[in-house]
Design a protein around this ligand. Structure first.
Ligand SMILES: [Zn+2]
Length: 438
C-alpha cells in the first residue's frame, strides 16, 4: 500500500502548485500563449535543444494536437487514470510499456493525486507525456526516430548551500519564516527541532530571535527543500536560550541533536500536544488568541480547528477515555512518575481505557464538547493528582552522552560553531556574508 500524504504534508508541499505550473510550462513551454519569462529561462537552460526543435519551422504542417492534464484517481489503476484523462487506450498501454522499459519507474509508488500531462494528436496519437514524481523528478515520454515511445527520468539539478537563517518574531514564528520567502517546511522542521523545549503556540513572544544553521536546496535560485539542520538557537522572553547541535556519531544510537552540555534534545515530554504549526497558521498567521483565563483554570488552551489531531505528549497508559463532565470528551494518560496528562473537549476519542500509547501517537481530535465556548484543546499535566505548569515539569531530564563520546561531540560542536559563524546569513530575506555568531 503506497503511503498517502496526510493533510499536513499536503499543506507543506503547497509551493508545489506553483512549481507544477512551472513544470507544465516547462513541458509545453513553447506552446503556451501566456509564457512567463522566468519559466522560459528555466526552460531554455535545460531544454535548449528541444526549444530549438519546437520553434524551428516544421517541414510539413503539423497535425493538430491537444494537451491533456490528469491525475491518478483514487481506486483507479494507473492506466485507468490515463484513459480517464483522455489518452486513447492503446496509447496509454504504450506509455506504460515505455515506462516499464525505462527501468526505474516504480508503479507501486504511484498514488492518487499524482499528476501527468500528455499531448495527443487529433488522430489519437500520443506524441509526448510527462509523469510528475515530485517537484524535482519527473518522467518524460517521447517518440524516438523509429516512432517508438521512450521514457526518460529527469531529475532537475539542484544546488545545496549551507547558510544561516536568522530572524525576529513579529507576530508568529510561522509568519516570520514565510515573510522571508522560505517554505512552510522550514517552519515545520524548526518546530520539530525544538519540540521538546519550546511550545511555539504558548511561549513565543514578539522580539524573540532565532538562528538556524542549515542546508538549503534550491533549483534556479528558487528554494525547493531543506537538508539537515546542523545547529539552531532560539532566544525568547519565555523560553530563555535554547540551542542544539547535530552529532554525527558512528553509532546510530547516539546520532542526533544535543544541547551544549551533550544532553539529548529529545526528552520524556513533548512540549505541545498537537501540531502547533496548524494552530498558528489557522489563525491568519496572527498570534494564537489565548482563550480568556477562567477562574481556577488548571491547564493550557490551544484554540484549533475542530478535527485537528491531538497526540500523546509521552509514552503511557490511557486511564480515562470518555465523558468527564465539563471536560466533555476527555482522555487521561498516566506516564509513570505520578505524572498524568489530560486532553479535554475532544470531538473524537481514538483510544481506549487501558491501552498503551506512544509519544506523538494520535489519540483524539480537537472539539468543543463539555463546557467549551469554541473548538479548542484543554491540556493539562498533573503530578500526584495536582495540576502543574507544563513548563515547570522537571522529570524531563534527558539522556547525556556517555563520557567516551563527549570528546568527539565537543570537537564536532566546535567545528559547527566555526562553520556557523562563517556561513552566509539570510536576514530579512537577503543573503549576506556576515558573522552574527556570538
Ligand atoms: Zn482550558
Amino acid at each position: 500500500m503506497p503511503r498517502r500524504p496526510d493533510r499536513y504534508e499536503e499543506e507543506l508541499v503547497t509551493p508545489q502548485r506553483t512549481w507544477l505550473r512551472h513544470m507544465l510550462l516547462l513541458f509545453f513551454g513553447g506552446l503556451l500563449v501566456a509564457v512567463d519569462v522566468k519559466v522560459v529561462e528555466i526552460y531554455k537552460a535545460h531544454k535548449e535543444a528541444e526549444i530549438a526543435a519546437m520553434t524551428a519551422p516544421a517541414p510539413e504542417p503539423p497535425e493538430r494536437a491537444k494537451m491533456l492534464r490528469g491525475e491518478i484517481e483514487r481506486g483507479v489503476s494507473v492506466i485507468g487514470s490515463f484513459v480517464d484523462a483522455g489518452i486513447p487506450n492503446d496509447q496509454a498501454n504504450s506509455v506504460i510499456a515505455a515506462l516499464r522499459r525505462e527501468g526505474t519507474f516504480d508503479f507501486t509508488t504511484c498514488r492518487p493525486g499524482d499528476r501527468f500531462y500528455a499531448q495527443v494528436t487529433d488522430s489519437g496519437k500520443l506524441t509526448r507525456f510527462a509523469y510528475i514524481i515530485n517537484r524535482l523528478t519527473h518522467y518524460n515520454v517521447q517518440r524516438n526516430a523509429e516512432d517508438t515511445l521512450v521514457a526518460e527520468r529527469v531529475v532537475l539539478p539542484t544546488d545545496k548551500t549551507e547558510l544561516v537563517i536568522t530572524g525576529a518574531i513579529e507576530s508568529s514564528f510561522y509568519k516570520s519564516i514565510l515573510d522571508m520567502g522560505e517554505l512552510t517546511k522550514l517552519a515545520a522542521n524548526v518546530v520539530r527541532f525544538f519540540e521538546y523545549d519550546i511550545d511555539f503556540v504558548q511561549e513565543v513572544r514578539k522580539g524573540d530571535t532565532y538562528r538556524i544553521f542549515l542546508e538549503r536546496i534550491t533549483f534556479q535560485d528558487e528554494v525547493v527543500d531543506y537538508g539537515r539542520i546542523f545547529a539552531a538557537e532560539y532566544k525568547g522572553e519565555e523560553t530563555g536560550r535554547v540551542r542544539g547541535y547535530w552529532f554525527e556519531s558512528d553509532s546510530e544510537k547516539w546520532r542526533g541533536y544535543y544541547n551544549e552540555k551533550g544532553q539529548q534534545m529529545k526528552k520524556f515530554l513533548l512540549r505541545a500536544p498537537l501540531d502547533v504549526l496548524r494552530v498558528t497558521s489557522s489563525f491568519g498567521m496572527r498570534f494564537h488568541p489565548t482563550l480568556k483565563r477562567r477562574k481556577m483554570h488548571t491547564g493550557v488552551d490551544y484554540g484549533a480547528p475542530t478535527g485537528t489531531s491531538v497526540w500523546a505528549v509521552a509514552d503511557g497508559r490511557v486511564t480515562h477515555a470518555g465523558r468527564a463532565g465539563g471536560y466533555g470528551n476527555m482522555i487521561a494518560i498516566s506516564h509513570g512518575f505520578g505524572l498524568e496528562s489530560r486532553y479535554a473537549h475532544l470531538s473524537r476519542i481514538l483510544v481506549k481505557r487501558g491501552q498503551s500509547v506512544r509519544q506523538r501517537q494520535i489519540i483524539g481530535r480537537v472539539g468543543a464538547t463539555g463546557r467549551a465556548t469554541g473548538p479548542h484543546l484543554h491540556f493539562e499535566l498533573r503530578k500526584n493528582g495536582r495540576y502543574i505548569n507544563p513548563r515547570k515539569v522537571d522529570i524531563g531530564t534527558s539522556v547525556t552522552l556517555p563520557a567516551g563520546l563527549m570528546g568527539e561531540f565537543k570537537k564536532q560542536m566546535k567545528q559547527i560553531n566555526e562553520a556557523w559563524e562563517a556561513a552566509p546569513v539570510l536576514k530579512d530575506g537577503k543573503v549576506r556574508r556576515e558573522g552574527v555568531f556570538k
